[in-house]
Design a protein around this ligand. Structure first.
Ligand code: IPE
Ligand code: IPE
Ligand code: MG
Length: 255
């Protein structure tokens, strides 16, 4: 490429989405909240397809938080049913499309059938590498860090880890996201502007885009708009303006 042409801003390699607003979407139609969650699954399907099409490599979606247990039992059950339905209905197509599925979050406390479902989705897509879909299910960033701290403390107690060797790389490798790059872009729908315990460690330098659209209405044009907004941002990672990403994050230079 001639030096005079500026490089096109990169498409985010990893996008994480807080899919919020299903309940309000349903309520505005005088329907039960579960109706909104069902429509939310359609939006998820659209988004996986659009992200892969736009050359995004990883998409991580927040499906159920460790705090969502506070909701009425019937709504919790509806969300679990949708997880069952999504994997049952979509797994074959995800396999055919080369999607690798990962589920992050607390496994403890999940029912045997959900655990089997998660295991099946991960096992059957393990050799796929075209696109990575991660579902954060029974996930909380704080709980994830607690688990990591506990495993490191156990290794130190057992004498296999010197606490002096605990660094950011080791903590990152102790999280559920150990084989994923950090998200470049975090999108939250519904107008709320908070993280709600999503990817607290991993989003340290993510660009955040908050959209007013309710999740069931989300589609390709919203994803494109969020990516365009991301491309207008100047990611500095603590460095000074004008330094290149190559200078700042040298380990990514070979990609
Ligand atoms: C997001 O929509 C879906 C989940 C939390 C699983 P909400 O159910 O939070 O919808 P609102 O925020 O109440 O509108
Ligand atoms: C975050 O949304 C969790 C998911 C999208 C799964 P919430 O709707 O639970 O977040 P708060 O309660 O508004 O912070
Ligand atoms: Mg919400």
């Amino acid at each position: 490429m001639p030096a005079s042409l500026p490089a096109a801003p990169p498409v985010p390699r990893h996008i994480a989405v807080i899919m919020d607003g299903n309940g309000r979407w349903a309520q505005s139609r005088n329907r039960p909240r579960a109706f909104g969650h069902r429509a939310g699954v359609e939006a998820l399907r659209r988004t996986v397809e659009a992200a892969a099409d736009l050359d995004v490599r990883f998409l991580t979606v927040f499906g159920f938080s460790t705090e969502n247990w506070r909701r009425p039992a019937a709504e919790v059950e509806a969300l679990f049913d949708l997880m069952r339905l999504y994997v049952d209905r979509d797994l074959d197509r995800l396999i055919a499309d080369g999607v690798r599925v990962r589920i992050i979050g607390e496994r403890a406390g999940l029912s045997a059938d959900i655990l089997a479902l998660i295991e099946r989705a991960e096992r059957r897509t393990a050799s796929n590498s075209k696109f990575g879909l991660t579902i954060a299910f029974n996930y909380g960033g704080q709980a994830e860090l607690v688990r990591a701290a506990r495993s490191l403390a156990e290794a130190a107690l057992a004498g296999t880890l010197d606490p002096a060797n605990i660094d950011t790389a080791l903590i990152a490798r102790s999280l559920d996201t150990r084989d994923l790059p950090d998200p470049d872009l975090v999108i939250r729908t519904s107008g709320e502007q908070r993280m709600s315990n999503f990817l607290l460690w991993q989003a340290a330098y993510s660009e955040l885009v908050f959209l007013d659209v309710l999740w069931p209405d989300f589609g390709r044009t919203h994803l494109e708009a969020a990516i365009a907004e991301y491309q207008r941002r100047d990611r500095r990672f603590g460095a000074a303006e004008g330094q290149t990403r190559h200078e700042i994050v040298p380990e990514e230079a070979s990609e």
